[in-house]
Design a protein around this ligand. Sequence first.
Ligand code: UD1
Ligand code: CA
Length: 450
Amino acid sequence: MSEIRGVILAAGQGTRMRSRLPKVLHPLMGKPMIYYVIEAVAQATSTPPVLVLGHDAEKVYQHIQDMEVEVVVQQPQLGTAHALQQTAPVLAHTDKVLVVMGDMPLLRATTLQKVSALLPPAPSGALAMLTVRGGEAKGFGRVLRDAQGRVQAVIEEAQATPEILAIDEYNVGVYAFEGRWLWSALERISVSPKGEYYLTDVIALAVADGLDVHALQLDEPSEAIGINTRVHLAEAERVLRHRVNQAWMLAGVTLIDPGSTYISPEAYIGMDTVIWPNTYILGKSSIGEGCELGPNTYVRDCQIGAACRVFNSVLEGARLENHVDIGPFAHLRKGAHLAEGVHMGNFGEVKNAYLGPGTKMGHFSYIGDATIGAQVNIGAGTITCNFDGEKKNHTHIQDGAFIGSDTMLVAPVTVGEAARTGAGAVVTKDVPPRTLAVGVPARNIRTIKD
Ligand code: UD1
Ligand code: CA
């Protein structure tokens, strides 16, 4: 039986990030970088990865406890070889061990699979590894080859002579090991002058054992971006954003300026939607077909139907049905639900409220904790006074009502079907259907005839 398990090393402190947050929790496109690594390794091996935690293990654990991983703790942190050694009790009988560094979030599952496929079955294989050529060194170990091009060793920057430093093939930190050989080799690694046990020393050990080291060179160097500093974090973010944007453009979405468009890896966008510059589609947002979003629009965790237009606005946790038209300068907050054909103009805020089909709120309004029917006209400056200092109260406005400009609706209150309020009315009592209410406080002055 050929069993493979993945190991992710994530116990290090990440000193170079200069942060109180553990390195592997730093977010990339809104998700901790370690999530990307866990997902790629799980996909490549089809088994839950083993995650080595150490520095701030508790904090990291809180973020990954819902994921399918097996956690092993490395205490103290004495280097990458020592970290891997901690997994021996869990993986002693595993045929093949795929090892990935926790700070390499751009590696694709397909690449990891290729490295693992490169390791021939025991006893001839000891290890396969991933390298990358060219570009900046970024502190990576150098890959030493002999005249025949066979890999001989990996030398860490701190130990390298100027000649070795000039080598432009780097160790990515992805390895597939033959299980039994690995555990015996790790025991033979001696401590480096820096006081750490380097996993990279296993390469020279394999060569000394007369075993071949198989190396795969990355086609796409950007996959090898490792996060040691916040400069690398920004680089990774840019690459990831490019990947996501590219995929949506190929799926039929127009991005006017991909460089200033931020789409979360969890978002969905329908065909023929056009996204203008400086627009953010974050979290688990879903956008229908044929919409136009932006410029300067922020959408987080929203469900947006087809053919909607959102212009210069901020939408958080909102739901829009089809043909909704919003902005500029609208703010939809959690629980805002705008039905088909709703129009919301400038300087409006909607929170925890339903606006029925065809309802219009053109200017300067606050609608919170409200249920509003179909074809309602909400005049400029209308406010639902939903908070009495202690609790939130609900406002109901029924179909076809007409709310005059600057109406204050002091909740709890109901405005009946086809009722009207006069400009500046302060409505403190229910307005019956087809009734006109005016004044402060508002009085019902007459019934409206068709
Ligand atoms: C390591 C490699 C280097 C490679 C580079 C690429 C070693 C000695 N060097 O260097 O050849 O080019 O990765 O990514 O392996 N970790 C632990 N326990 C420890 C120390 C580190 O779990 O005691 C974890 C870290 O959390 C990190 C990973 O191992 O996720 C790599 O550690 P890091 O210090 O970033 O190593 P590099 O200097 O990048
Ligand atoms: Ca690193």
